[in-house]
Ligand binder design. Structure first.
Ligand code: CP
Length: 306
């Protein structure tokens, strides 16, 4: 049974195939409206979500399938102490594919070891968020036309921001990628990413604190929210939460074709006055997320039926 737990579960060729299918869905949506007819997708969300859960549900509906699920742990039998392993066995009786978001790192992996249908990780703690990465890759393809030879600035909470961890892993498989990691000292990317991905693959990167000093070099600026829910100490969160706020003034020295991305939700990191700037790609990114999730559901259902 094929699952998607981390972005590394997909080869470069498979990702490129998913992107090609998503592009075809954008061009020919009617061609795909019976792909999941008679199939059910379950969304098991133990943590809040707007985009990921609703884009999966919308994606399944546009493929002609049906959806079921829960949007908070308290409305499921997790509140009575049911384990993730047992929940995965139970949901396998009701659905053809399941999507899980959980506050504990590794929970979707546990689900995949116990399910008899494909499991998709929709975000596990501060660890991974592979379908956000597929969304980000489709956005980069649509907006920049390539994955090679890009200077990518990642800004904000690089420690707890799981979307950043998955995106670094994914882009490290392409040539000519240069990362600029912009964060305060306390929110730098985890050492394991440096050791196992960046240093292991010889990917050029540098860690800086000043966004304005580097903004002119960037082809992509990936802003992130400081992840309040993962802080142990509220004082630290309050001290760091507004450390980077992208304003029109800070964009003065940015490239004309800069692509500004954000996985959303936004809190204060990007001034709303940037939303109309042609370089703001973050709401287009949301829509791309639906199309790439349609391509992913299609692929996993077809593989499960083999
Ligand atoms: N980007 C993202 O994961 O958004 P949600 O938390 O709303 O799903």
């Amino acid at each position: 049974m094929r699952h998607l737990i981390g972005i590394e579960d997909l080869s470069v060729g498979e990702i490129e195939n998913l992107i090609a299918v998503a592009e075809d869905i954008i061009a020919n949506p009617k061609k795909y409206n019976k792909v999941a007819e008679g199939k059910k997708l379950a969304t098991l969300f133990y943590e809040p979500s707007t985009r990921t859960r609703l884009s999966f549900e919308s994606a399944m509906m546009e493929l002609g399938g049906n959806v079921l699920g829960f949007s908070e742990a308290q409305s499921s039998s997790a509140a009575k102490g049911e384990s993730v392993a047992d929940t995965a066995k139970v949901i396998s009786c009701f659905a053809d594919i399941m999507v899980m978001r959980h506050f504990k790192e590794g929970a979707p992996m546990v689900a995949s070891l116990n399910a008899t249908v494909p499991v998709i990780n929709a975000g596990d703690g501060g660890h991974n968020h592979p379908t956000q990465t597929l969304t980000d890759l489709l956005t980069i393809k649509m907006e920049k036309g390539r994955f090679n030879n890009l200077t990518v600035g990642l800004c904000g909470d690089l420690k707890f921001g799981r979307t950043v961890h998955s995106l670094i892993t994914a882009l490290s498989r392409y040539t000519g990628i240069n990362f600029v990691l912009i964060s305060p000292e306390e929110l730098k990317i985890p050492e394991y990413l440096k050791d196992e991905v960046l240093d292991a693959k010889g990917i050029p990167y540098r860690e800086v604190t000043d966004l304005e000093a580097v903004i002119g070099e960037l082809d992509i600026l990936y802003m992130t929210r400081v992840q309040k829910e993962r802080f142990f100490n509220e004082q630290d969160y309050i001290r760091l939460k507004d450390i980077y706020i992208l304003t029109p003034n800070k964009l003065r020295h940015a490239k004309e074709d800069l692509c500004i991305m954000h996985p959303l939700p936004r809190v204060n990191e990007i001034s709303v006055s940037i939303d109309k700037d042609p370089r703001a790609c973050y709401f287009k990114q949301v829509l791309y997320g639906k199309y790439i999730r349609m391509a992913l559901i299609k692929m996993l259902l077809e593989e499960a039926d083999k």
